[in-house]
Design a protein around this ligand. Structure first.
Ligand SMILES: [Cu+2]
Length: 321
């Protein structure tokens, strides 16, 4: 039997408080499991239409690393790839990603604890003609909606061929509150994720107020650049805007092979370990950070792994009065 050291004292209490109703805390104080059943608040059915579509993507549209003064020609920064894009009902027409969510990643899929999310997926990949899928973290679903290819076991949702469609049925339960990644898990998963076939879910708690501003920060790499939402270097990465008084929420996610240390200048946020201004994130991990904005300025946000920052993983956050 493996001995486990029980967490005791204020740190254990803080962790337990953070986990709230989500966690079952055993007699030793160890977090033993996450409840997945039990009654959920009655929610809504929310439907999304998402397709995998070819795009031409420029990782460094202005061709410059503004801070170091380096230049890049388009042959080093532009590629044809396949990404998730949102459509109106029944795939009638594409809809642009909302403001603050303009990156290479797919649409921000929103819900609230208790909701059922129906994500209608269509593979419109005419570029590579590969199968694709959507595999969602953080929500509950039956095996058929897992979207992960296992030869001999998985169903059609794990291997959606070009021109075909599949509907994933997901439930946002209490343990789904927060921010989670979704990504291709079909046979083409490795190349597809390298090409940007990933996105984020944002699930509010049963009575949680939506923030005034929500920023998606997706840390990855493309064409050898370290990217935020598929872009590299100040002037290309997203400029996030807020006003003093806004409740801002940062949805931070990572995908690929690297660990990152997300940092925002001039601000701190509370974690189970106390106040932080830098927080580690590994592949397919995700967290949300909130604060009420109280200081104007043009601030940097970036990965604090030095080589990542210098290779593009840095952006601007503008707060006005
Ligand atoms: Cu990094």
């Amino acid at each position: 039997m493996i001995a486990r050291r029980a967490l005791r004292g204020p740190r254990a209490l803080a962790l337990a408080a953070l986990a709230g109703a989500l966690a079952v805390v055993g007699a030793t104080g160890v977090l033993t499991s996450v409840a997945s059943g039990g009654p959920e608040p009655a929610g809504h059915v929310r439907e999304y239409w998402v397709a995998a579509v070819p795009v031409t993507w420029n990782v460094v549209p202005n061709g410059r690393n503004a801070i170091e003064g380096e230049s890049f020609t388009p042959d080093k920064t532009v590629f044809r790839t396949v990404v998730y894009r949102q459509y109106t009902k029944d795939f009638a027409k594409p809809i642009p990603n909302e403001a603050g969510d303009q990156g290479i990643q797919g649409p921000l899929i929103r819900g609230r604890v208790g909701d059922t999310l129906l994500v209608h997926f269509r593979n419109l990949d005419t570029l590579t003609n590969q199968p694709h899928s959507m595999h969602f973290h953080g929500v509950r679903y039956q095996f058929g909606s897992d979207g992960a290819y296992i030869p001999g076991f998985s169903g059609p949702g794990a291997n959606v061929k070009p021109g075909e469609s599949f509907t994933y049925r997901l439930v946002a339960e209490r343990a789904s509150e927060g921010v989670w990644p979704y990504h291709d898990h079909s046979p083409s998963m490795t190349e597809s994720i390298d090409g940007g076939l990933y996105g984020a879910l944002s699930i509010l708690g049963p009575n949680e107020r939506a923030p005034d501003k929500e920023f998606v920060v997706y840390l990855s790499s493309h064409l050898g650049f370290m990217t935020i939402d598929g872009r590299a270097f100040v002037g290309n990465t997203p400029v996030f805007h807020a006003k003093v008084g806004d409740v801002v929420q940062w949805d931070v996610l990572a995908i690929g092979d690297d660990f990152h240390t997300f940092h925002v200048h001039g601000h701190r946020w509370l974690t189970a370990d106390g106040p932080r201004d830098t927080q580690v994130i590994g592949p397919a991990e995700s967290y949300k950070i909130r604060w009420r904005e109280d200081i104007a300025g043009t601030w940097l946000y970036h990965c604090h792994v030095e080589s990542h920052m210098m290779n593009g993983m840095i952006g601007i956050y503008r707060v006005s009065r």
